[in-house]
Write a protein that binds this ligand. Structure first.
Ligand code: F6R
Length: 245
């Protein structure tokens, strides 16, 4: 496991973007695992900038997002479909037919999750999976406890997570959907490479717990320590509670 600590959030986000850009440059048919949330906004801003400066070609890239709220459609401004369009897809030449976000309004959610797993397999698996981390230690929306062999499924969001994400819902946690579809921890661990990024003081306790605490399903992010090819990108604030720096 490689842990890289940067002086500030901008530099940390830029490094994550550089790693993704390098992957696309080296393998134009890359299968990218993508994430949403506040942390990724800076990562995508940098990625768009790098893509523009270097004429980076996304036309053969395939992408799979980690998660989506149940009950929100692609046109809903709070949906992760919308987020991806707004923060990345419309700025690069990715073929929208090759982008995938779980469908939170599918008539049969279980079928949707199984089809999502199958689509990842058909694409040849994920080359690099971008991950944020929630206050509960979730990766994707794998709330505790999440088995390390869990697959894409419908889960109930923890109250801390609805609180964490209330900003997009008029500051009201009650307005955050109570359920979401998420890749499982097992699905995530099958990616060839993992890239986890955490920024800011609020993430310091969960980063310390993730990197220095006991590995287990109570903190899904600890699973990344079992992966052979993982990079953790932190700013000084999120790294501030680590014993070893
Ligand atoms: C989002 C996702 C989540 C977030 C995490 C951190 O697709 O999978 O695990 O990465 O909740 O969110 P932010 O970056 O908003 O703190």
């Amino acid at each position: 496991m490689k842990v890289l600590i940067f002086p500030n959030a901008t530099d940390a986000a830029h490094e994550a973007a550089k790693i993704i850009a390098k992957k696309v440059h080296e393998k134009p048919k890359s299968v990218l695992g993508l994430a949403t949330g506040r942390t990724m906004e800076g990562v995508y801003r940098s990625l768009i900038q790098i893509a523009k400066q270097n004429n980076l070609d996304f036309s053969q890239v395939t992408s799979f997002n980690l998660d989506e709220y149940v009950g929100l459609s692609a046109s809903d401004k709070q949906s992760y479909h919308y987020y991806m369009q707004d923060n990345l897809f419309r700025f690069v030449n990715i073929n929208m037919n090759n982008t995938h976000v779980p469908n939170g309004v599918a008539a049969d959610l279980e079928k949707e999750c199984a089809a999502y797993e199958e689509a990842i397999k058909q694409a040849g698996g994920i080359d690099i999976q971008l991950l944020g981390i929630g206050d509960t230690g979730h990766i994707g929306f794998n709330e505790p406890p999440s088995a390390f062999d869990s697959r894409t499924r419908c889960i109930t969001l923890a109250s801390e997570t609805r609180q964490q994400n209330a900003g997009m819902f008029e500051g009201n946690p009650q307005k955050v959907p109570s359920k979401a579809l998420t890749m499982g921890v097992g699905t995530i661990l099958e990616a060839k490479e993992l890239l986890l990024i955490a920024l800011g003081k609020d993430k310091a306790p969960i980063i310390a717990r993730t990197l220095e605490g006991e590995i287990g399903p109570e903190v899904s992010a600890t699973a990344v320590r079992l992966h052979k090819n993982v990079t953790i990108i932190l700013d000084q604030d999120s790294a501030s509670s680590l014993k070893q720096q």
